[in-house]
Design a protein around this ligand. Structure first.
Ligand code: ZN
Length: 74
């Protein structure tokens, strides 16, 4: 078995084993990942579209959806 490589979490410096089990690698946890992504996003990616969650009642489909055609009487 090859030795497990580990990396330092970019956020807190904790050792993170580089294995598929470490879901958030190179971060040690989801928390560190979110912190880092958040910092990166706010620094480099200024998203001007800060739209409020106003229309969260989007209908999945328009109510007047026609039934699928192709119904033929036998
Ligand atoms: Zn960390």
């Amino acid at each position: 078995m090859p030795p497990i490589k580990d990396v330092a979490c970019p956020q807190c410096g904790a050792r993170v084993p580089w294995t598929p089990a470490s879901k958030f690698r190179p971060f040690c946890s989801e928390r560190c990942k979110l912190i880092d992504l958040g910092a990166w996003a706010s620094e480099s990616y200024r998203i001007p579209l800060a739209q409020p969650a106003e229309s969260d009642e989007l209908p999945g489909a328009p109510p007047g959806d026609p039934p699928p055609s192709g119904r033929r009487g036998d």
